[in-house]
Design a protein around this ligand. Structure first.
Ligand code: ATP
Length: 701
């Protein structure tokens, strides 16, 4: 016993609260035409989640609510509840009893309850679907619907079978997997196209960023090399400059000292100079005096001429005295002349007079002097005077020579000091020049540093460079690095950012493609599995159904052959609106419809078209039971499926029903007495005086 009870209130013709208990096995609902039997079927269908009013034999939702009669007023709400025994755990819920209630009012409000908890219609449909129950399946065969399978197209038949087998779920899964596969394929193509599109751009960006990274290395090397190069330069300049200044100031103080010494020497020289003795003048006057005396002496000698010692030799031809007078006359005439020509002429005449004098023969004999005492005394006087003059002259000359020596020495000392000072000045100038050269170098380095935004002071405390540091190579390297950096250009941050963004986009796309490829292969695998399941289960089930059908055919027609066969022409899944991705059209995807093969015993003709109404009904019932025999549902509602059967065939139906005892519970609406006889419980439905349906329980056993 699974379906326990049905409660109706305000539903269609069941105005008052009506309860139908189903004890199990076969429950037959009987009653006159129009009493409301089929409304019971409708109620069950409604409770299983039917959405369409027309499938409940109404034009609109309102039609489900008791419309009222002359004797009984209409109702505002229709409500029905169905009770299931869930002790077997058929429904995947912890409830031992599952009660589904559906309610509708005239304002269009509707509500569903699962054990009093309100649910959405969709959730209820899912709830039943999970248990392979539903408003549209083989659970409820409405009046006139029993031959639906016969009337259906081969494709629809296949669907009905799949539904009965619970393959619908797999098919839906497969279709959604196929759709997903198709979307995945589209997304994969898109992602691949995008990836291909950004790849060259990204390569270019990465190359540029690579150059920027290289730039960083070059810039670092440049900085390090500059540090060493300028460090060594600056330090050398500072050390050079520090050497020069002390040297200059030492020289300066030397100069000061020497100048002081020079002043002292000059002062002493001036003193000496001013202390020049009169000796020179005295000497002049002595010489003047001698000249005068000499003249006087000469005048003293008329003949023979007494020649003083320097003129002792005489010439015979010409009187030597005359010659001397001549020389004197020449010399005196030239005394005041400054003209060199005149002087030269005078000198020539003096020379020629001297030559004349030389030609005078020397008289070795004593001069013939006339003895004269006065003369003699005068001569002696003159000699004495001359001697006095000689003594005075000698004394003065000695004195003068002493002075001259002191004077010369002092002058020499002054000159030497001046030379020393000059040497110091020269040396200072040389040092200053050297310093200027270094200063120029300093300026040059400062300028270079300014260009690179650095300052001289920054390098003042640079550490020592290693011994093998080569300044020339370093400078060339700096030059080369600067050129390379200039060639690379400045870092464009927007390119770096774009490279980063594009790289991320690239990685995302690669990941996406990986995921999509994985999803594609997963989906293909899933589709393959589902295909196999659907195909395999369907084929196995079909064989089983045919086995049952052969049995039913024997039972119902006393022989012959009834079988469901896969149609030979194929219906591809595309025909059902599912477009397969390329290369996915496998045998499993080709859906073959179902043909019904029927050969009745003792009859030549075959095929559905030639069957009588009863035969057709029998066949429909046989196939229905064949289908449900594969996976018998817990309950089935059959509304007048036996309408066209004669009593014998109705009994045969009863026998079939018995075969499902313990597996499937039947609710059968029937007018057929034989069917009624095979029922365990009978409910009579009558139309009351007030125009509403009433239930009368006619339990048989
Ligand atoms: P049959 O044996 O001829 O198939 P039945 O017993 O199955 O008859 P139903 O079709 O279940 O009868 O019931 C039809 C009756 O229910 C009709 O008389 C109809 O007027 C009544 N009915 C249907 N809907 C409503 C409604 N909303 N309010 C009142 N009565 C309704």
């Amino acid at each position: 016993m699974f379906l326990q009870r049905l409660e109706l209130q305000g539903f269609k013709s069941f105005a008052g609260k009506t309860v139908l208990d189903f004890p199990g096995g076969v429950s037959a609902i009987v009653g006159p035409n129009g009493s409301g039997k089929s409304n019971v079927t409708d109620a069950i269908r409604w409770l299983l989640g039917e959405r369409e009013a027309k499938n409940l034999r109404g034009a609109k939702a309102d039609d489900l609510i008791f419309a009222g009669t002359e004797k009984r007023s209409r109702m505002g709400i229709a409500q029905a509840s169905i009770y299931f025994d869930n002790s077997s755990g058929f429904f995947p819920t912890e409830y031992k009893e599952v009660v589904i209630t559906r309610r509708i009012d005239r304002d269009g409000n509707s509500a569903f309850y699962l054990n009093q908890a309100e649910m959405r219609l969709k959730d209820i449909i899912d709830f039943f679907a999970r248990a392979r129950l539903g408003a549209r399946g083989l659970n409820i065969i409405s009046q006139g619907e029993s031959d639906a399978f016969l009337r259906a197209t081969p494709a629809e038949r296949r669907e009905l079978i799949e539904e009965a087998l619970g393959l619908k779920e797999y098919l839906l899964k497969k279709n959604s997997a196929v759709r997903e596969l198709r979307n995945t394929g589209v997304n994969l193509d898109k992602a691949r196209a995008m990836l291909e599109e950004i790849k060259p751009h990204l390569r270019t960006l990465r190359r540029q960023v690579g150059r920027y990274e290289e730039r960083d290395n070059l810039a670092l090397e440049l900085k390090e090399t500059e540090e060493l190069f300028y460090g060594s330069k600056v330090r050398a300049i500072i050390s050079d400059l520090s050497r020069f200044d002390p040297e200059i100031s030492a020289t300066d103080s030397d100069i000061v000292i020497k100048k002081e010494e020079l002043s002292a020497l000059e002062a002493s020289f001036k003193g000496i100079e001013s202390s020049e003795p009169k000796a020179k003048k005295d000497l002049e006057s002595i010489r003047e005096r001698r000249k005068v005396l000499f003249g006087e002496r000469m005048a003293l000698v008329p003949r023979p001429v007494l020649i003083p010692s320097p003129f002792i030799e005489h010439k015979a031809k010409k009187d030597p005295l005359a010659i001397l007078r001549e020389i004197r006359g020449f010399a005196e005439s030239a005394l005041d002349s400054s003209d060199s020509e005149t002087l030269k002429a005078v000198l020539k005449r003096i020379i020629s007079a001297i030559i004349d004098l030389e030609s005078v023969p020397v008289v070795h004999s004593a001069p013939i002097v006339k003895k004269d005492d006065v003369f003699e005394s005068k001569v002696a006087e003159f000699d004495r005077l001359f001697e006095e003059l000689d003594v005075a002259e000698k004394k003065l000359t000695t004195e003068l020579e002493g002075f001259n020596k002191v004077f010369r020495d002092s002058l020499t000392a002054v000159e030497r000091k001046k030379d020393d000072i000059q040497a110091l000045i020269d040396r200072r100038e040389r040092v200053v020049f050297e310093r200027e050269k270094i200063k120029y170098r300093e300026e040059e380095i400062e300028n270079q540093l300014r260009v690179i935004g650095r300052s001289f002071a920054e390098f003042a405390n640079a550490s020592d460079v290693s011994a093998d540091f080569d300044s020339f190579t370093a400078e060339r390297r700096i030059f080369k690095l600067r050129n390379e950096l200039a060639a690379i250009g400045d870092v464009d941050e927007s390119i770096v950012k774009e490279a980063k963004d594009t790289g991320e986009r690239h990685d995302i796309l690669v990941t996406q493609i990986d995921e999509l490829e994985k999803a594609t292969s997963d989906l293909k695998e899933l589709i393959k599995e589902l295909d196999y399941k659907i195909h395999h289960e369907f084929t196995v089930a079909l064989d089983k159904i045919n086995g049952e059908l052969a049995d039913f055919a024997k039972l119902m027609f006393g022989g012959g052959r009834v079988a469901l066969k896969l149609q030979s022409p194929v219906i591809s899944i595309e025909a059902e609106g599912v477009i397969l991705p390329e290369g996915e059209a496998s045998e499993e995807n080709i859906r073959q419809g179902i043909e019904i093969e029927v050969v009745l015993p003792k009859k030549r003709v075959k095929g559905l078209e030639v069957l009588s109404g009863g035969e057709r009904s029998l066949l429909a019932v046989a196939i229905l039971f064949g289908l449900i025999s594969i996976s018998p549902p817990p309950f089935i509602v059959l509304d007048e499926v036996d309408a066209a059967l004669d009593e014998r065939n109705a009994r045969r139906l009863g026998e079939i029903l018995k075969r499902f005892e313990g597996k499937t519970q039947f609710i059968i609406v029937t007018h057929n007495r034989a069917t009624m006889e095979s029922a365990d419980v009978l409910y009579g439905v009558t139309m009351g005086d007030d125009g509403s349906s009433k239930i009368v329980s006619l339990k048989l056993s």
